[in-house]
Design a binder for this molecule. Structure first.
Ligand code: ZN
Length: 206
């Protein structure tokens, strides 16, 4: 750890290194003891808002318990957020099994994570809810380090690797699985209507 200015406290545009433990329903489901402390640029939405907002003013070494309601975490559970996609639209080698994660694109081109709920002869049923949707999140956090961002980090709004390289979000690396299969045509997943509420499709037409 580098020398720290003892008066330094978490504020917007500082890089925060955070030790954390996440409990849901009384169970530890994620912890930086198993992985590594997370690092992010405060105030840029790199972590869920309910946690980020509670970190302001914390000093290095300071510990805090933070309870985050679903609305400030991974959202409320939406019983409508299910989709059916024909098996034929998946790459041939895609593992069509329950709980496998699938990346879709919504109408804005944003990547949406979904999980396979079940599969039958023709269709793959997807749950578009985040696995932690509807859950109250109990965080136990300690600020490990604070530092000024590099000009590049500040410009990009996210943390870079120590050598300045981009840190790709692993979860989004896999999206090529889908995009590449149909080459230049990824229309299948561009349109939320394709996998959203079938019932509302007609009504949505202009
Ligand atoms: Zn960057």
């Amino acid at each position: 750890m580098t020398n720290q200015d003892p008066s330094l406290a978490v504020k917007k545009d500082l890089v925060v290194t955070l030790d954390y433990k996440l409990l849901v329903d009384g169970e530890v489901i994620d912890s930086s003891e198993q992985d590594f402390p997370i690092q992010f640029l405060q105030g840029h939405g790199e972590i869920i808002p309910g946690l980020e907002n509670e970190l302001y003013g914390m000093k290095v070494g300071e510990h805090k318990q933070v309870v985050v309601p679903p609305s400030q975490g991974y959202g409320e559970y939406d019983p409508e957020a299910f989709a059916e996609i024909p098996r034929s639209e998946f790459p041939k080698d895609f593992p069509l099994e329950p709980e496998v994660e699938v990346q879709l694109r919504d109408e804005d081109g944003e990547v949406v994570d979904a999980f396979i709920e079940s599969v039958d002869d023709k269709l793959v049923y997807l749950n578009l809810n985040h696995p932690l949707a509807g859950k109250e999140l109990h965080f136990s956090v300690t600020v490990v380090e604070l530092r000024e961002p590099t000009p590049e980090e500040l410009e990009h709004g996210h943390v870079h690797a120590p050598d300045g390289a981009e840190l790709e979000d692993d979860e989004f690396d896999d999206e090529d699985d889908f995009d590449d299969e149909d080459d230049d045509d990824d229309d299948e997943f561009d349109d939320e209507d394709d996998f959203d509420d079938d019932d509302e499709d007609e009504a949505d037409e202009d």
